[in-house]
Design a protein around this ligand. Sequence first.
Ligand code: MN
Length: 199
Amino acid sequence: MPEDPLEEYRSKRNFRRTPEPSDGERSASEAPIFVVQKHQARALHYDLRLEVDGTLKSWAVPKGPSPDPSVRRLAMPTEDHPMEYAAFEGTIPEGEYGAGAVIVWDRGSYRNLRGEKTEAEGRATMAESYEEGMVEVWLEGEKMKGGYALVRTSRGDWLLIKMKDEAAEPGRDLTADRPASVLTGRTLEEVAAGEATPP
Ligand code: MN
């Protein structure tokens, strides 16, 4: 039996109580996806998730992503999440793991930039890049665009850094400028207050 990458995810949650998905897969024929979920747990953070081999590799980014290449954002690795989680928006109940409101802050597809390099330049699959602690992706989101690097530090945390390219926006505060859900237009505060999805 292959190891179940979602074992830790499932072990932390009671699916009779939380509206979060327990499972879910997708067709491998389309471009891989990424999602960023703004999550008001005990501390506000942004969960960056990249599809790798059928699950969502995940990092919690306390300050959220920045399109400014001079800004390095701490990204703490968290457990793999199921593919279906990319569409989750709602409120995790009190007493459950990660209790609090979640919105889909950004989403789209991505390309593995290291997969496009030569052997000499350091070509790697996404799984290899994750193992090595050096991920380079080109994001096609509604808010996040262009190259982003995720680099693991000697402490085991990662840094999320915008690469220098035509999509870089020095000085831009994307989290402040574009706070709402790309799925429903709601803010995190509206979801937390229990406002329904607009028709
Ligand atoms: Mn979270």
